[in-house]
Design a protein around this ligand. Sequence first.
Ligand code: NAD
Length: 489
Amino acid sequence: MKDFVKMSNLSLPEPLNLIGGEWKPAASGAEMDVISPIDGEVFARIADSDKADIDAAVAAARDAFEGGAWSELTAAERGRLMIRLSERILENAEDLAQLETRDNGKPITQARADMKVTARYFEYYGGAADKVHGEVIPFQRGYNVEMHREPHGVTGHIIPWNYPAQMFGRSVAPALAMGNATVLKPAEDACMTALAIARMACDLGFPPGAINIVTGRGEVAGQALADHPGIDFISFTGSPEVGQIIQQSAARNFIGCTLELGGKSPQIVFDDADLGAALPVLVNAVIQNGGQTCSAGTRVLIQRGIFDEVCGLLKAQFEGVSAEASDHDDAKLGPLISAKQKSRVETYIDEADAPLMARGRIKDGAPENGFYVAPAIFGPCDPKSKIAQEEVFGPVLSIIPFDDEKDAISIANGTEYGLVAAIWTRDGGRQQRVAKAMRCGQVFINGYGAGGGVELPFGGVRKSGHGREKGFAALHEFSTIKTIVNNHG
Ligand code: NAD
């Protein structure tokens, strides 16, 4: 812990919540350990909050929204504050990246990229804050009809551990831009950068109660936020199982929600694909964040004519990949987030219902108590096999052969999920036909963009969730329409 503090100019966030502009311990005084996945050591503590803390945070957000200093800012003033926060994140990007790597285990180069994306969320939505207009609707003679776009009020945000800083920006920034007051419950497994960025927001003069953060366990603090009758909208990113719970809570309170859940996203490689361009992207699906990315392209569909060739190339690239301590510049694949996640992924690998095609390794010298898993490729997989259907959320690829376009579409759409898809082909007609046939929220043609893409609406269908984040679509989710009909005679 001492070494870490020394290498960063940021002080480690203390076990405190941010409520109404003040940093406070949990009302109960409870705290919990934060474990680094790199070596399994406790390196910090956070508040282990409960309903009392959530009650206080929701009340503070309500005060900020109704008559508080936050509600008095113009859209341009809100935007300006957010852009300053974006700049502050960039000024501290290296320290934040070091903190993210220590907390989440992702390779430092990925954490650095994450900080740029996090800053970009605040820049993009800060810039958009005063550009969401209402409309005047032509109606009957003697009427003036206006459509206003208004904030919901108090918005709840529950985010996962895989991109703690990015998820904070992705969820909270558009809500703030629209003028909502926010209460965030970050993930207990990794939340230090969200706390550090909130600290910067306070220093920059964000009015008290605009951003509230309450840390703690999902089933306690998270559930209390989801169930709270004082919130007007809830945004959730995480597992489908918890997403269902959140949607039930939202239904009980008659409020809207967005759910960003998991995925088993297909990458379809046709026999005319540019393999030189496709290969590194296919491998990256499991390397980026150790496959712990909801939109990771973890099902690779390969046309039969090039199946053996592509498998050979994938195997060659893959066998050189090893999991290792992620806090140095050369690391490509780090540990998984926790002992629980490591054991879950190892069980999928040990019990896979398809042949093992290739296995990477754990680098010699990787800290013994870190949560490292050697990456694996399985194939040829039956499209209906468990390993080709279920989200592993680890460094595991499932390879599936297909015959023709029709077959590829049917396999690609043949899971309960629908988040992202990629199509690798040089045939323009096929690009359009297959993209239109995909049942999911985003399609990439000759590329793949898990993460980033702040401007691009993102979200899923079916078990991947509903609602859209990123882009202007998120501003619409975090606002509601009021129609004012004026009979002026
Ligand atoms: P999780 O659903 O257990 O946790 C996500 C968040 O929900 C955490 O903050 C957690 O504390 C909270 N939570 C847990 N139980 C809760 C409850 N009963 N009430 C309220 N909040 C609760 O997910 P996880 O295991 O941490 O993350 C892995 C899963 O999340 C994977 O399935 C992955 O695909 C998904 N995920 C999706 C996205 C996306 O953008 N679609 C991003 C990251 C992760």
